[in-house]
Each structure stands twice: as C-alpha cells, then as structure tokens.
Design a protein around this ligand. Structure first.
Ligand code: HEC
Length: 123
C-alpha cells in the first residue's frame, strides 16, 4: 500500500469535514446595508405597525407588496413625509440617514432575497 497517497487522501477528507463544520449553518448571509436596514426597521418601530415580517395587517399595508410597486423615491417620500396614518420620519435621524439601507432591507424582503426575522450581523 502506498502510505504517502493514503495520508494525503486523509488530510483532504479532514479539510473537507472541517470546512463543512466551520460554515455557518443555514444562516442567510446579508450585506451591511441590509443588516443596517433591518436594525432600523426594528428599532425605529416600523415593525409595530407593518409587522415583524413587513407583511402588515388589515390596518397597515404589506410592505412586501408595496415595494413591488413603489419606486425608491416614492418609498423615501412616504417614509420621510408621511401620508395619512403613516407618520413622517424626516425628523428621526436614524431613519433619515439610514433611508437607503432601510429601502435595501425592505426591498430584499419584498424580492424574497432576505428572510423574515433575525439576521446575522455580517462579519
Ligand atoms: C403608526 C403606525 C406606522 C408606523 C410606525 C410606520 N408606518 Fe408605514 N404606514 C402606516 C400606514 C397606516 C400606512 C398607509 C398610509 C396611507 O393609507 O396612505 C403606511 C404606509 C407606508 C408605506 C407606503 C405603502 C404603500 O403601499 O404605498 C411605506 C413604504 C411605509 N409605510 C414604510 C414605513 C417604514 C419604513 C416605517 C418605519 C420607518 C413605517 N412605515 C412606520 C403606518 C405606520
């Protein structure tokens, strides 16, 4: 038996197994913008009206549907200026400064590329 060959094969197998263990299990990798948007969505209370998943309820629009129709500018307009029972957020620094990230997060939810619920902080 060629001992050298076997040991190389064993090393390769070990690397494969270790690699599989090191990879995060089933976590959706998101970029920094999406993660920031998610934090703003939660912390600035969008979720109290539009729901933790963004899907709204009888009284509040489903933002996953809304973002299939609203342009980014229309999104910014309604969030910053408000509309009817939607409060204006332009005086909220976190929202006003993070509006692009907020859009990225909700757009990702709408497109189905960002899962509902907690997101892992990007490395
Ligand atoms: C107090 C409850 C409340 C909060 C908090 C709230 N919204 Fe709204 N939002 C509403 C209501 C009600 C509407 C529907 C307004 C209307 O009828 O014109 C709405 C509408 C919207 C729309 C437009 C939807 C469409 O289809 O045109 C967007 C986008 C939106 N909200 C995003 C947000 C974001 C982002 C936040 C957090 C920064 C937020 N909302 C916080 C109640 C809320």
């Amino acid at each position: 038996m060629d001992h050298k060959k076997t040991s190389i094969r064993t090393t390769a197998l070990a690397a494969l197994v270790l690699g599989a263990v090191a990879a995060p299990a089933f976590s959706a990798p998101v970029d920094q913008a999406t993660y920031n948007g998610f934090k703003i969505y939660k912390q600035q209370r969008c979720e109290t009206c539009h729901g933790a998943t963004g899907e709204g309820s009888a009284a509040f629009p489903n933002l996953l549907n809304s973002l299939k129709n609203l342009s980014k500018d229309q999104f910014k307009e309604v969030v910053l200026k408000g509309r009817n029972a939607m409060p204006p957020f332009e005086a909220n620094k976190k929202v006003a400064e993070g509006i692009d990230d907020l859009y990225t997060y909700i757009k990702g939810r709408s497109d189905g590329t960002v899962p509902a619920g907690e997101l892992e902080k990007p490395q």
